[in-house]
Design a protein around this ligand. Sequence first.
Ligand code: CTP
Length: 404
Amino acid sequence: MLEGKEIVLGVTGGIAAYKAVELLRLLTKAGANVHVVMTKSAQEFVGPLTFQTLSMNPVHTDLFNLISEREIGHISLADRADLFIIAPATANLIGKLASGVADDLLTTTVMATKAPVLVAPAMNVNMYENPVYRKNEEKLKGLGYMFAEPVSGALACGWEGKGKMQDPAVIFEEALCALAKKDLAGEHVLVTAGPTQEELDPVRFVSNHSSGKMGYAIARAARRRGARVTLVSGPTCLDFPFGVETVPVISAMEMRDAVMAKVTDATLIIKAAAVADYRPAVRQELKIKKNDAPLSIELVKNPDILAELGKIKGERILVGFAAETETLLEHARKKLTEKNLDMVLANDVTQAGAGFNADTNIAKLLFRDGRVEDLPLMGKEVMADILLDRVVELKRQGLGPNWA
Ligand code: CTP
């Protein structure tokens, strides 16, 4: 996701410096080339060797060492960066940035960069609430600096409150957001994901193998690209995506109600959920006890949420999924027409590397005009972005309410 990106990670002196190691790992794993700059006090908390080993680049600590290079080091770092992240950022560092003080390598480099800067503050709750700090933060925000807000919790100083550095996974997500194109700005994207569970009794249910990974990847990608995102999710083991309004549901009937409650101002709907087509006719109040006779369970049909949306879609773009085990194109094409969709992502879930539970997918995209696009084996995060690219192309063709 970050292949070819140059990121400068500034680390300042706070106990959360150890969490910057985890952030570095996430950035390098996603393909970024990361250059770490540490302040003097950061080195009291974590040794530069840790960052050097994980980034596979020299760690920069000293302004004057860099100046002795042929090109002026801090300027070259500043120029090279696609993104600057400062995590953790102390009140002192933020104060310096807000006042234009450039007295060490980190502050000098930030001052010289034209790249976007993402700041992840970490400090004592009273410092965080101090009006001087608040003013500094507001000033930087006004100048376009992005902030990964700290969270509340037990602070290393013994106090309880806001000031704990944001989770590295969220800072990573905000970094992706900072680098993403904003071609879905102004859109409200409604995504469904995961399976539904249809209860038989208090301990059993009918469901399917959907993990929710594809739908969650789409929700995250749409948010990065500037959309307001609502995710209606069946039960999954995944963390709710940061910055996305998530409505958890269990059954198909609940999913239908949640979708219909959110559909009014949605401009783009992507139905990745694997909705159970049937539910038990009766949900037993008490656990069904076994005996020697065979057991039959009567199932009744659930509403087809996507088909209902197809009837009321108006100018919204409507994308459906087709999970098949045979005659993929034929079945997917039928869903495209019968459910009045603009696009279908179809996959053969029996293929290795595709469909339920995998981190990867193999799919075909079908369009109304008969076009079919093959999407070979790839990560679901990558596929989510391709799907949204195609939606943006549909938008350019004049589909959708706000779209020029
Ligand atoms: N879908 C839905 N409500 C249902 C069933 C399916 O909204 N009750 C949606 C899914 O979210 C997906 C699309 O319809 O976007 C296709 O789902 P799929 O399970 O592949 O097919 P079905 O329409 O259920 O048909 P079949 O099970 O016969 O393949």
